[in-house]
Write a protein that binds this ligand. Structure first.
Ligand code: PLP
Length: 385
């Protein structure tokens, strides 16, 4: 699918992008140029529409990687006298706790294991017990493991208790639905370079207009002030500081391709098929997924490290890289693992190609099976676990 020969990135990002997205960057744009201002407005309108928020929310883009916009969202929307409850089951939830600490905001944590989703009933109890909590933060797909968190149920509990939900939708936006007409949230943060298949360097938040209007003076840093970024962009259509022009041009093209593929549903269908091919193929080679299928988002899959002492991950990685496929190390604290992504400009041919390369690599390394040491088969049996 990626029509330029370069290694395929089966990672959580940066990702493989289409040649047409790359070509969209072959032009320089003046930041005050009429065409660029129109492009920026078009991208913002498309982003907010993807979140079903055209009547209630606004899109605020921000320079930087995804972390920058998550931090900007928390810092801008949680008032200095507010309190944030973070639902944690991986590194990106932990990172939001760290941000709140940096911002010297009151923060509480509700943690589940890395292979367990956030628990709406525990959230219910936590909100009932602590009226000081003003905001709840959750990660839609916790990329640490690839787990899908129950955002709809968490949103329902949060709204019923009159609190505000902020979602890190970084690795989900564009492929997993989060529609403001159906799910109540004040903010979500995402990036150009995950499921939208743009290039890295730009994040954006989709924020409830009324929440943003009430957020003047909250942000702990000028460059991360989403209120200021929004006000200034509304006034003249321009960015406050040098915009990542080429990244926006690439995102503009990526959004055209996203729509042509059938929007969120179309992209999700391709990623689900990528994920199915990957998991079936890896299981046939003896590998074991961390998650049961019903908790697995079609974004990135965590595999347990094989027990065979001949399987050395760095060697496996290098040999696959030579064959044209880049995978990703694990990020779990609970078990040795590695990850393979299903997102980016990849389809069934690339997933089959990756599996063939993995099969050949195992043979070269003398590894007969990817079976892990732990009796992980027990947790791989699907919905009943
Ligand atoms: C869920 C989630 N949140 C936040 C981030 C941070 O994004 P970045 O590495 O672009 O700063 C990532 C990156 O993969 C992510 O998957």
């Amino acid at each position: 699918m990626a029509d330029i020969q370069e290694p395929y990135l089966l990672t959580p990002g940066p990702l493989t992008t289409s040649a047409s997205v790359k070509r969209a960057m072959l032009r320089d744009w003046g930041s005050r140029d009429r065409d660029f201002i129109a492009l920026n407005a078009r991208v913002r309108a498309r982003l907010v529409a993807l979140a079903g928020g055209a009547d209630s929310h606004v899109a605020v883009p921000l320079q930087g990687s995804g972390t920058f916009v998550v931090e900007a969202m928390l810092g801008t929307l949680v008032a200095p006298d507010g309190k944030l409850l973070v639902l944690v089951n991986g590194a990106y939830g932990q990172r939001m706790v760290k941000m709140a600490d940096y911002h010297r905001r009151q923060v509480a944590v509700l943690e589940t294991a890395e292979d367990q989703p956030n628990d709406p009933e525990a959230l219910e109890r936590a909100l009932a017990a602590d009226p000081a909590i003003s905001h709840v933060a959750a990660v839609q797909c916790e990329t640490t493991s690839g787990i899908l968190n129950p955002i709809e149920a968490l949103a329902e509990v949060t709204a019923r208790h009159g609190r505000r939900l902020l979602v890190d939708a970084m690795s989900a936006f564009g492929a997993l639905p989060l529609d403001a007409r159906e799910v109540t949230f004040d903010g979500l943060a995402a990036s150009a370079n995950k499921c939208l298949e743009g290039i890295p360097g730009l994040g954006f938040a989709i924020v409830r207009r009324s929440a943003l209007e009430a957020a003047a003076g909250h942000a702990p840093a000028l460059s991360l002030d989403l209120y200021d970024q929004w006000r200034s962009m509304e006034q003249n259509g321009q960015w406050r500081f040098t915009p990542p022009t080429h990244v926006l041009a690439a995102l503009d093209q990526a959004l055209v391709e996203h729509a042509a593929e059938g929007g969120i549903a179309g992209r999700a269908a391709r990623y689900r098929e990528n994920c199915r091919i990957l998991i079936e193929g890896m299981r046939a080679l003896g590998f074991s997924t961390l998650l049961p299928d019903h908790l697995q988002a079609p974004i990135i899959v965590t595999f347990r490290m094989p027990a065979d002492p001949r399987f050395l991950f760095d060697d496996f990685y290098d040999r696959l890289r030579t064959k044209g496929y880049v995978i990703y190390p694990g990020k779990l604290t609970v078990a040795p693992s590695f990850r393979i992504g299903c997102i980016g400009r990849l389809g069934s041919a690339e997933m089959q190609g990756a599996l063939a390369a993995i099969r050949a690599t195992l043979a070269e390394m003398g590894v007969a099976s990817g079976q892990p040491a732990a009796p992980a088969a027990v947790i791989n049996q699907g919905p009943s676990s």
